[in-house]
Design a protein around this ligand. Structure first.
Ligand code: XMP
Length: 523
């Protein structure tokens, strides 16, 4: 895909912040992409960026093997903003002094801005809370730079060179806790780099529709719908591009939550007009899962069965089509930008996490891939889904694992247990929505401890029932998470309803573990 004309490149020095910076730039309506720090200056300039942002990084500029930035980048005439490590690397490359001052700053710090009329700080306050995370500090700015910010422990916490359009800050403007962070990024983009903010997710849809039409021609494509946001939005874009040349396959494995299969089968089809083949494979999955308690084993079984059912569906689609016998050429997948960045993005960075696709389809399925969301972050995918008219119940859905409720039952998966968990989960979701908390939490797994029983008392009798675990978490990307501090009244209401309305459950417990050390899911 062509890169938009006004592209900002975020150079990733290895901390988690690069993705966040890229998202914030896009929130400022400027298109951004991430490149690894191993890219050469020539490679960076070949992409003709309108501006460059150097991200933070984990290391000291003096550490052995610390990523280096050649001074050529700063002499190329491209407006550049250095952040944290990027700021120090810029200072050092241009002749400033970076020192081990011994004054580490972590977390919230007060930044004193010496010129609130400067390019970066215009419109913000002289004294502002910012988020810091560094040991080394810049103690002397390079020649030609004006120091515009200091903190108690960092003499040079921000510098600006309007003539060469080079800027740097020690703090992390991309982090929510930096009060004027977004303003600073926008000041850099609009004033420092002179970029006009005109990028929206709408541009991506138009661009993708044209590209997909060209790629597919008159051939056919198929897409596995999982019930989640990504595959739904990917399918909707492809449907917009090629209409009846696309067939979606929905494998109902019986491990979905209450109402989700209906949402795909009715609401999604009504909103998009997509051709859908539904395969009711509940019995097949449940018999394959019978007697299995080990989480990894369950995942393997579910993955294997999924592939078999999907392949069978593809054969049927081929057999039933007007041009019977002509194989389906394209497979649509809802791969997102973080998956692309984290699996190296074809740019030669380390594989942090091998990207798992929608249904875990094997490579020997002979399809060419269509991945219309490869450039988008999750929140942008939701936005695109709304623009395409998808129902809020699908677009606003929280992440849900491919193996579904199969990995939220600790113990063997049976139909009865699934039904019980579906009821408990539906109550929790209903109450969280009613309390207006959907946007506060990243996701809230509801887990059935099927192998645990405890004593309770209900009515006049003693019970011996199962506990349900609530696992509400807040997160930016699911790599790390914290347990959500939900209001007690909401927890009480969920607990009361689940224990009253769901037979065989006599306790509701709250998981108060962050990730790490816990994972989000229990299995
Ligand atoms: P964990 O449990 O690893 O979960 O902290 C991180 C995120 O990934 C989801 N998850 C999965 N998604 N297949 C999936 O498609 C899986 O096997 C799987 N396991 C966990 C989880 O819901 C969370 O959003």
């Amino acid at each position: 895909m062509e890169q938009p004309a006004d592209t900002v490149l975020v150079i990733d020095f290895g901390a988690q912040y690069a993705q966040l910076i890229a998202r914030r730039v896009r929130e400022a309506h400027v298109y951004s992409e991430i490149v690894p720090h191993t890219a050469t200056v020539a490679e960076i300039l070949a992409k003709k960026p309108k501006a460059v942002i150097l991200s933070g990084g984990p290391s000291s500029v003096y550490a052995e093997g610390a990523p280096n930035v050649g001074a050529e980048l700063f002499r190329a005439g491209v407006p550049t903003l250095g952040i944290c490590y990027g700021f120090q690397a810029m200072a050092r490359a241009l002749g400033g002094v970076v020192d081990q001052t011994g004054g580490r700053e972590y977390g919230r710090t007060s930044l004193e801005v010496t010129d609130t009329g400067s390019t970066l700080f215009r419109g913000s306050h002289a004294d502002q809370p910012v988020w810091m995370s560094h040991g080394d500090a810049v103690v002397a700015a390079p020649a030609g730079f004006r120091v515009t910010g200091t903190t108690a422990k960092t003499p040079v916490a921000a510098f600006e060179d309007d003539q060469n359009r080079l800027y740097g800050v020690q703090h992390h403007p991309e982090v929510m806790h930096s009060q004027f962070g977004q303003l600073l990024l926008e000041n850099f983009l609009y004033r420092g780099a002179g970029i006009t903010p005109n990028w929206t997710t709408g541009n991506i849809v138009d661009e993708q529709v044209a590209a997909i039409r060209e790629q597919v021609g008159t051939k056919r494509a198929i897409c596995g719908l999982s019930g989640g946001v990504d595959s739904a939005v990917a399918a909707a874009i492809v449907q917009k591009a090629i209409g009846v040349q696309l067939t979606c396959v929905f494998v109902d494995h019986g491990l979905l939550r209450k109402g989700e299969a209906e949402q795909v089968e009715k609401d999604f089809v009504a909103a998009t007009g997509v051709q859908l083949k539904v395969v009711d494979a509940e019995e097949r999955f449940l018999s394959a899962l019978a007697g299995v308690s080990d989480p990894e084993e369950k995942r393997k079984i579910i993955g294997r069965e999924f592939i078999r059912v999907f392949e069978q569906a593809e054969r049927e689609i081929v057999a039933e089509s007007a041009d019977a016998g002509e194989p389906v050429k394209f497979l649509v997948q809802g791969t997102l930008y973080p998956d692309v960045v984290e699996s190296g993005g074809g740019t030669g960075t380390a594989n942090i996490k091998s990207h798992h696709n929608v249904g875990g389809l094997p490579e020997d399925l002979q399809f060419e891939l269509i991945e219309p969301l490869r450039k988008l972050f999750k929140d942008e995918v939701r936005q695109v889904g709304r623009e395409l008219g998808l129902p809020e119940a699908i677009v606003g859905r929280q992440p849900f694992p491919g193996p579904g409720l199969g990995i939220r039952i600790v113990g063997e998966v049976t139909k009865d247990r699934l039904d019980l968990l579906r009821e408990a989960d539906a109550i929790a979701r209903e109450e969280l929505t009613a309390a207006g908390l959907d946007n506060e939490i990243w996701q809230c797994p509801v887990v059935l401890l099927a192998d645990v029983r405890s004593v309770g008392v209900q009515g006049d009798g003693r019970t011996y029932g199962h506990p349900i675990v609530l696992r509400p978490v807040s997160s930016e990307d699911a790599m790390t998470a914290d347990w959500s501090r939900l209001p007690y009244e909401v927890l009480a209401q969920i607990s009361t309803r689940i224990t009253n309305e769901v037979a065989d459950v006599n306790r509701v417990v709250l998981d108060v573990t962050s990730k790490p050390p816990g994972t989000i899911e229990w299995e």
